[in-house]
Write a protein that binds this ligand. Structure first.
Ligand SMILES: OC[C@H]1O[C@H](O[C@H]2O[C@H](CO)[C@@H](O)[C@H](O)[C@H]2O)[C@H](O)[C@@H](O)[C@@H]1O
Length: 776
């Protein structure tokens, strides 16, 4: 990869007109186009936080031009970008690079050059105000089409509060659907304005907040939710956009901005196509998708694999790692990356800085930006993350989740060829085609490489071989039979990483079971879940905490991310399938002493405490889980915790459900420390393992709300497990259920819940609220 590498001499750019919009296949669900509604464009005004005459730091030392950014636009690393970003006229580095220029690129560059040397913060402030438009202007919100206010999944949710909540989350898609705003688009050429947006031909669904464009791996959970919401057309549109992107660039970039073109993200496109085909039975999408799925997987194989010899078996495996060719700060994280390089001691020389920038971009490619998983010394200085970030070593790590995912992708692609080949064999228009496809897509056993009648026999064989190859690597390099869990493999130390992380569930998500478990050994399987059974009892919030190390990084304790809630439950579902006769346990949770030795990578004394101020641990509140086999019970309890966290954090930021649940009084909302006056409930991008009421935190930006994958996983969890889950219970938050009864169901200091059958808001909880801000 590099100049002339992945996609030719310069960046190829999709612009309207360059790509022929793809027609909807005849039997696809309606593909919505857009009727514009109010476009939520914010125009952050540049504002200096120091005296205008203050010189911008760092002048004269700039990173080299980057291979992916040949047009000298303001979002490309160079003097303009660095001086503007280091003037810090916006609190968030992403704001500036999302602003299109007001005038032609040439005029903008001329205005910049006119400033001359010795750039001051005031000069930057004026330059940005005079030459740039609102960030995100090139995308517009569109009115949702084909919206069914009562999708079938609502019937799967027993509790009335949750049902109304899920219905509300379902309605949030409209807030996140965008289409390229043709009228605001910068055309190609020197006389045109410049914008970092990659224009797309179809509607997208954005995560929300500062993430105002398409994101690659987020879109898998977004599509999962869209399918639950019966919004098949928007799922189809996302797939078409991804296919357009593969056609133009040869791979899928991190997101829909040109500054993301030097990297990808966890490759979940095959999973998206598979999910779409399974739910809709629409296999015609495969006609275009199959060659492009091939292309994406080949890109990973060509650009992101290395050979590693196992220290245990001496076998050599070709395995994937994240690896970005980059020698400049990330444009959207410029201040942060520059500060990591320059703001900590000892000073780094130019080549050390280049290496660091490659590591930082590679961390972003992993989706886990950033985490103790990738650091040589994650706990070096927890009050200054720059110290740990300087020890990033991600390119030398063979991530367990990535390799498990690739194994699963090849398996799914073999399945999809089988399905598509079968439909070609039957007559076009045959009414049984879709039924057949749907059945086969759900039946992995249907893949038969010796099926000579399938025209794709050779491709099926190839992908089964690739799946087996990645699977063998995962079981050799990542599975630790002593600790009974899957870990990253570190090529620097030639050993497995000691960090217990949620990535370790991905092999089971992708149906890779260790040999002990495959043989039906329940004791071995209980060893795998021992750590998570302990965490379920230890913490009050969503137990799928990224890691157990409290570093202050975004993908570490206490943050629990929606994708991992999903993949962990999927892993439990795999165990449930492999062990159909698994026991019903008297106690689902266990003490630390019951955890397989060494599994969690930290001693009991190093386990972060559950703050006593958060009471009302909602674990094991689900009656159904008490009678279920343990893999199923774990899945139910995880879903319960997740729905509780999504609901409670939304409710404590002003959420209400007309006729079902009143908004909290202002005094209570203010006490939460997360409420912003005048707003309604927020859907957070991540949660806190210790507190179902709170959002996650840390990382390089303020917690984001919206939020695509959060909503997608709420809808999925509700559809799959909502029937088992009773009323929500939020620690120390009075739930103002609509009821005529004045009976209190709570006592001071306990969490509570309410039945929600009646009609008028009433305080149901006479407890007290501990302001989050006062908690340790
Ligand atoms: O601006 C900082 C980084 O933001 C993104 O990463 C985070 O948000 C994404 C969107 O929800 C998510 O996909 C990713 O896992 C998060 O860590 C972006 O993807 C990064 O490239 C970017 O540097």
């Amino acid at each position: 990869q590099g100049p002339g590498g992945a996609f030719g001499p310069g960046p190829a750019i999709i612009s309207s007109g360059q790509l022929t919009p793809v027609a909807s296949p005849t039997n696809s669900p309606t593909t919505p186009a857009g009727t514009t509604t109010t476009t939520p464009v914010s125009t952050a005004v540049p504002s200096a936080s120091v005296a205008p005459g203050t010189p911008v730091p760092g002048q004269g030392v700039y990173p080299p031009p980057q291979w992916w950014c040949a047009d000298g636009a303001p979002y490309c690393p160079g003097p303009l970008l660095q001086d503007v970003q280091l003037a810090r006229v916006f609190p968030d580095s992403k704001t500036f690079v999302d602003k299109p220029t007001l005038h032609a690129l040439n005029d903008t560059l001329a205005a910049w050059n006119a400033i001359g040397g010795n750039v001051t913060v005031g000069a930057v402030e004026t330059f940005v105000a005079d030459n740039f438009k609102g960030e995100g202007l090139e995308l517009e919100q569109v009115a949702i089409q084909g919206f069914n206010p009562t999708p079938a999944i609502l019937n799967n949710v027993s509790d009335p509060i949750y049902r109304a909540f899920v219905s509300t989350v379902h309605s949030y898609w409209e807030l996140l659907i965008r289409q390229t705003n043709e009228s605001a688009l910068c055309q190609a050429g020197a006389g045109a304005c410049a914008s970092s947006l990659i224009p797309l031909n179809h509607t997208i669904v954005v995560p929300g907040g500062r993430y105002r464009e398409l994101y690659y791996w987020d879109s898998f959970w977004i599509i999962t939710g869209l399918l639950e919401s019966e919004l098949y057309g928007y799922a189809w549109n996302l797939l078409q956009n991804f296919m357009d992107l593969i056609e133009v660039y040869g791979f899928l970039p991190n997101g829909g901005r040109k500054y993301y073109l030097n990297r990808s993200q966890p490759p979940v496109f095959t999973q998206m196509v598979d999910a779409y085909v399974k739910v809709t039975g629409n296999v015609t999408v495969l006609q275009r998708a199959l060659p492009l799925l091939e292309r994406e997987l080949k890109w990973f194989r060509t650009n992101r694999t290395i050979e590693v010899t196992s220290p245990w078996t001496n076998k050599t495996h070709r395995v994937a790692h994240y690896n970005v060719n980059n020698s400049a700060p990330r444009p959207e994280g410029y201040v942060e990356d520059w500060t990591t390089a320059f703001g900590a001691s000892p000073p780094l020389n130019e080549s050390q800085r280049s290496e660091l920038y490659a590591e930082l971009a590679t961390g972003a490619e992993s989706g886990w930006d950033y985490s103790s998983r990738w650091c040589k010394q994650p706990l070096l200085n927890v009050s200054d993350n720059n110290q740990a970030l300087r020890t990033l070593n991600i390119r030398a790590i063979v991530p367990v989740d990535l390799n498990a995912l690739l194994a699963g992708n090849h398996q799914l692609l073999a399945n999809l060829y089988t399905v598509y080949g079968a439909t070609l064999e039957s007559k076009p228009g045959n009414a049984t085609n879709q039924t057949l496809a749907k059945r086969q897509a759900n039946d992995t056993a249907s893949v038969n490489p010796t099926n000579t009648t399938n025209p794709y026999g050779a491709r099926i064989e190839h992908h089964l071989h690739m799946a087996a190859s990645y699977k063998a690597a995962v079981l050799d390099l990542h599975w630790d039979p002593t600790k009974a869990f899957f870990y990253d493999f570190n090529t620097t130390s030639d050993a497995r990483s000691p960090v217990y992380s949620m990535a370790g569930w991905w092999p089971l998500w992708q149906n890779i079971t260790p040999p002990e478990v495959t043989r039906g050994n329940e004791t071995a399987a209980l060893g795998i879940v021992s750590g998570t059974r302990y965490l379920l009892g230890q913490y009050a919030g969503v137990p799928s905490v990224a890691t157990l190390l409290y570093t202050g990084l975004n993908w570490d304790f206490p943050n629990a991310w929606p994708p991992h809630l999903y993949t962990t439950i999927k892993a439990f579902e795999t165990l449930s399938r492999v062990l159909p006769n698994a026991s019903v346990l008297a106690n689902l949770t266990i003490p630390y002493s019951g955890v397989t030795s060494g599994q969690l990578g930290v001693n009991e004394s190093e386990i972060q405490p559950q703050p006593a101020t958060v009471v009302g641990n909602s674990s094991l509140s689900v009656q159904a889980s008490r009678n279920a086999s343990w893999p199923r019970a774990l899945a139910i309890e995880y879903a319960n915790r997740y729905l509780a966290a999504a609901f409670c954090s939304w409710y404590s930021t002003g959420g209400s459900l007309p006729g079902v649940l009143a908004q909290l009084p202002l005094a209570d909302l203010n006490a939460t420390g997360t409420y912003t006056a005048g707003t309604t409930g927020k859907m957070f991008e991540k949660f806190n393992v210790t507190d179902p009421d709170a959002a996650g935190g840390g990382g390089e930006y303020t917690v984001v709300t919206g939020f695509g994958w959060t909503n997608g996983v709420v809808l999925w969890a509700a559809a799959a497990y909502g029937r088992y889950i009773g009323p929500p219970s939020c620690p120390l938050i009075p739930i103002l259920g609509a009821t005529n009864s004045t009976n209190s169901t709570g006592t001071p200091g306990n969490s509570t819940s309410t039945n929600s059958t009646a009609t008028f808001p009433q305080h149901k909880f006479y407890g007290f609220r501990v302001p989050r801000a006062l908690r340790s």
